[in-house]
Design a protein around this ligand. Structure first.
Ligand SMILES: *Cc1c(COP(=O)(O)O)cnc(C)c1O
Length: 413
């Protein structure tokens, strides 16, 4: 069975590239996130070539996975970065990015973050508040920076086909500026002498189920900027979907680019994908602690929980789960749950799984995006280790050590 080019069974062992996942899990302990750098780079290059006819520059969305090992690999492959905080900017710089390779987005940038970004030579701000423009202008003047590139983020008031928590482009969302506000801003450019309004930004959500909403948003965006021919850069945001289920089909990237190409002819295009680059390059390995059968139900209680992977609890997200050692024989319908004291701590409900026993290990698939990035210390659980398999596919290392209980009380006075 081939799951993707990097995560697959070799005989009976679930492997990540050439490495047996169970061998990693035995050495690092569980739960552990494991990423294939090969798959990350493959996904990045696939996007780059799909969008090549638009000449699109890809900025990896650091919020989806801030692992320095991944950021370094993407930086070396030529990616830029999309950051939403000073912390993420610091990570991108640490990974080797230059300020001009970073776009700084976010609906609530603090003045300190704006000053920090300007001091680091950040090339581009996606702006979501009118007052932000004044702050950026003042920060540039103070730092002696002549001009800073700004792209107002359009809230196109379209409904994206995705989970409500992942939709950002409708009228009731806090994100972006509506077209009327952007028109006013562009008409008052003289107030911001240090700002170069050379671009426009759009991001209507994540895990987008069809291309229609994006295309309709792009049409609105083109209508909006028509009177300002100096706006030459269009940032289409991220949101490209991945298949979380074995039987799931996602909208074709080729069709999407085909539909975009005539519209965006002559523009410089930027993208900010996160999920579509890292999600299917990562797994979360966990061990079965207990098998509980009661009230006609089967529970596999594993040592990973909503603290390490919140997506099922937060979005009702589906992650496929596979045993690290393939077994023939009976399947059961089971719930895979974590140890956290919350009824929402369910990683998979009513899932057809092989008969597992205490000590068996499993992998939660497509866990590379918004997994570790959203992990918390809830229930005073130390956050898990991360391991990466090198691009060569046959070597791996721990890239971030598991937190220790002694790390936890460190900030308390
Ligand atoms: C979250 C986010 C992204 C990345 O979204 P993905 O769905 O992971 O591709 C890109 N741009 C902005 C502004 C975001 O908020």
């Amino acid at each position: 069975m081939v799951l993707n080019s990097s995560i697959r069974y070799a005989t009976d062992s679930l492997c990540i590239d050439e490495v047996d996942i169970d061998a990693i899990a035995r050495e690092t302990g569980t739960p552990v996130y494991i990423y294939s750098l090969k798959r990350v780079l493959e996904n990045y290059r696939r996007l780059r070539s799909a969008f090549a006819r638009l000449g699109a520059r890809v900025h990896f969305s650091v919020k989806s996975n801030g692992s320095l090992a991944i950021l370094r690999a993407l930086n070396e492959a030529g990616a830029g970065f999309d950051c939403v905080s000073s912390g993420e900017i610091t990570l991108a710089l640490e990974a080797g990015a230059r300020g001009k390779d970073i776009v700084f987005a976010g609906v609530g940038k603090t003045r300190a973050e704006i000053n920090f970004a300007v001091s680091k030579g950040i090339g581009w701000f996606n702006v979501e508040n009118v007052l932000e423009l004044r702050y950026i202008n003042e920060a540039a003047a103070e730092a002696g920076v002549d001009t800073i590139g700004v792209a107002p983020r359009l809230n196109p008031q379209v409904e994206a086909k995705t989970h409500p928590y992942m939709a950002t482009g409708h009228g009731a969302a806090k994100f972006g500026l509506t077209a009327d506000v952007i028109r006013e801003v562009l008409a008052s450019q003289a107030q911001y002498p240090r700002i170069n309004f050379a671009g426009i930004h759009l991001h209507i959500g994540s895990q987008l189920g069809d291309n229609e909403a994006t295309l309709s948003a792009v049409d609105k965006l083109l209508d909006l900027i028509r009177p300002w021919p100096q706006i030459r850069k269009i940032n289409l945001g991220g949101g490209l979907p991945v298949a979380y289920r074995f039987d799931e089909t996602i909208p074709s990237l080729g069709d999407f680019v085909e539909a975009l190409a005539p519209r965006l002819d002559g523009y410089e295009v930027l993208l900010e994908p996160g999920r579509s680059i890292v999600a299917d390059a990562g797994v979360l390995a966990a061990e079965v602690l207990y098998v509980k059968r009661q009230a006609g139900q089967v529970f596999y209680i594993v040592d990973a929980s909503m603290a390490e992977m919140i997506r099922p609890a937060l979005y009702g997200a589906h992650h496929e789960i596979l045993p690290l050692r393939k077994t023939e024989g009976d399947m059961v319908k089971a719930h895979v749950v974590g140890p956290v004291c919350e009824s929402a701590d369910v990683l998979a409900r009513d899932r057809k799984l092989p008969l597992l026993r205490e000590g068996d290990r499993v992998a939660l698939l497509t866990a590379g995006a918004y997994g570790m990035a959203m992990a918390s210390n809830y229930n005073a659980r130390p956050r898990p280790a991360e391991a990466v398999v090198a691009e060569s596919g046959d070597r791996w290392r721990v890239s971030r050590r598991r937190e220790m209980i002694s790390d936890l009380p460190g900030l308390e006075l």
